[in-house]
Design a protein around this ligand. Structure first.
Ligand code: BTN
Length: 324
């Protein structure tokens, strides 16, 4: 059951740009105006800034900048994703905690979020820089009833979710670099790490790790990656509310995931290709033995990148170096 507090935040949030009178709120929530006023005071203590304008009503002006389980859960418009949320100020890696929770029996949609990771993990055993409060570092536990061969579809889906979420709140044009880096203006802003536990024909669970550079300025990105990494702040010129962004991503994830379960991979593939980096362009591809030119065509249901040479030969790539 949703609490009055949760419903109040949802109502305020969906009317972000307008005022709601105490009477309207009391009608919608079925509580007295005094109770509305008390809830507003409590929200203030949790870091919400609520403007109360005479004769106009109430409006959320600013969200709490501190992430907690409560600030994430209040106002979160999902049914399964985020039902259980674990928030930590500092962890080694949210991935490890999510694996542990999976083993303890936590369900689909459990979220593990940290302000800081001291041993953040990237793909290919790389480190992922996850400094305090500068970005979004979380892992999502998923329990899809799917065979393991379909796991790459969920990673591609997650990339679409990030691209859609960023597009929906800014004028930026995110792109997805195969398999799943999110770029803005050719620089990486977010990455996805998928770890899976499976039996032969059934996924037991997936831990989907998402890292997004949000409020870093150029100097707080590690020097060795500065030329190829960026943050939302650098690209948009403003700072972002982490709570609100995580909620947006969880909501977008739930909707996209439900559509995927109902309708299959095609809608994900179509959206992925809309954001696909360098799709339709010719690039150089190399393996240990050879290098060749090919045009990037799209993605396949097994997660492969489809390419076509000048001679019209189509090839699916699972791993190769692409000279972007
Ligand atoms: C990559 O692009 O290499 C993937 C980066 C994934 C980083 C996230 S941050 C939250 C989660 N916890 C980790 O240790 N890694 C993932």
């Amino acid at each position: 059951m949703e609490s009055t507090r949760q419903r109040l935040i949802k109502i305020l949030e969906s009317n972000r740009d307008s005022y709601l009178s105490g009477q309207e709120l009391s009608n919608q929530l079925n509580v007295s105006r005094t109770a509305v006023w008390k809830h507003m005071k409590e929200l203030g203590k949790d870091g919400y800034e609520i403007e109360a304008a005479p004769r106009k009503g109430y409006r959320i002006v600013a969200y709490p900048d501190k992430v907690t389980k409560n600030t994430l859960q209040w106002g979160l418009n999902t049914s399964r994703v985020g039902r259980d949320i674990f928030h930590y100020e500092q962890v080694s890696s949210t991935q490890d905690i999510a694996h542990q929770l999976a083993k303890e029996g936590y369900g689909h949609g459990t979220v593990v979020v940290a302000d800081e990771q001291v041993k953040g993990k990237g793909r290919m055993s790389r480190a992922w820089h996850s400094k305090r409060n500068e970005g979004i570092w979380f892992s999502l536990l998923l329990k899809p009833e799917l065979p393991p061969v379909q796991a790459p579809q969920i990673t591609l889906l997650a990339a679409v979710v990030l691209a859609e979420a960023i597009s929906s709140i800014s004028d930026l044009s995110p792109q997805i670099k195969w398999p799943n880096d999110i770029l803005i203006n050719h620089k990486k802003i977010a990455g996805i790490l998928t770890e899976m536990q499976a039996e032969q024909d059934q996924i037991q669970y997936i831990v989907l790790g998402i890292g997004i550079n949000v409020n870093q300025d150029q100097s707080s990105l590690p020097e060795d990656i500065r030329h190829k990494a960026t943050s939302l702040r650098q690209e948009s010129g403003k700072t972002w509310e982490i709570n609100w962004l995580i909620q947006l991503i969880l909501e977008t994830f739930e909707n996209t995931y439900e559509q995927f379960i109902q309708e299959g991979f095609l809608p994900v593939k179509n959206k992925w290709e809309k954001y696909g980096y360098r799709l339709g362009q010719e690039v150089t591809i190399s393996t240990m033995r050879k290098a060749w030119q090919a045009t990037l065509v799209g993605i396949e249901a097994d997660g492969a990148l489809l390419t076509r040479t000048e001679e019209g030969i189509q090839e699916k790539l699972y791993s190769a170096e692409i000279h972007w």
